[in-house]
Design a binder for this molecule. Structure first.
Ligand code: SF4
Ligand code: SF4
Length: 114
């Protein structure tokens, strides 16, 4: 490319908005359909554990914590955010959110109660 053309490109770029985003300085807009951290609706869960059975990476654990009451734990490091558990759940007790800020320095914090 000739120097004149290069200068032209440089000058045009100076006034264009960057294509890249300034994350984490600016919040990311992941859209509504992004599959991020799961949300668990405890009141809907019937403890069938179909989500556990279908999870390809053994990332979700359903535990009985009382009479007709269940908790859900997710291993953020194992989950591949495929959404299979959400599709499998017959009671719609799981939902994928667009929360993607899940990185941890401490591995012991990877396992979270949903
Ligand atoms: S599939 Fe749904 S209802 Fe069944 S244990 Fe999992 S979250 Fe609960
Ligand atoms: S999103 Fe996929 S990997 Fe994560 S818990 Fe659900 S089924 Fe397992």
């Amino acid at each position: 490319m000739q120097p004149g053309k290069i200068l032209n490109v440089v000058l045009r770029s100076l006034f264009k908005k960057p294509v890249t985003s300034r994350y984490p300085a600016e919040k990311l807009d992941m859209g509504d359909k992004y599959r991020g951290k799961l949300k668990f609706y405890q009141e809907l869960c019937i403890g069938c554990k179909l989500c556990m059975r279908d999870c390809p990476s053994n990332a979700i654990t359903i535990k009985k914590i009382g009479e007709k009451q269940f908790s859900a734990e997710l291993d953020l490091g194992k989950c591949i955010y495929c959404g299979q558990c959400v599709d499998t759940c017959p009671k719609k007790a799981l939902e994928a959110t667009n929360n993607v800020e899940l990185a941890q320095l401490d591995y012991s914090k990877e396992r979270v109660v949903l």
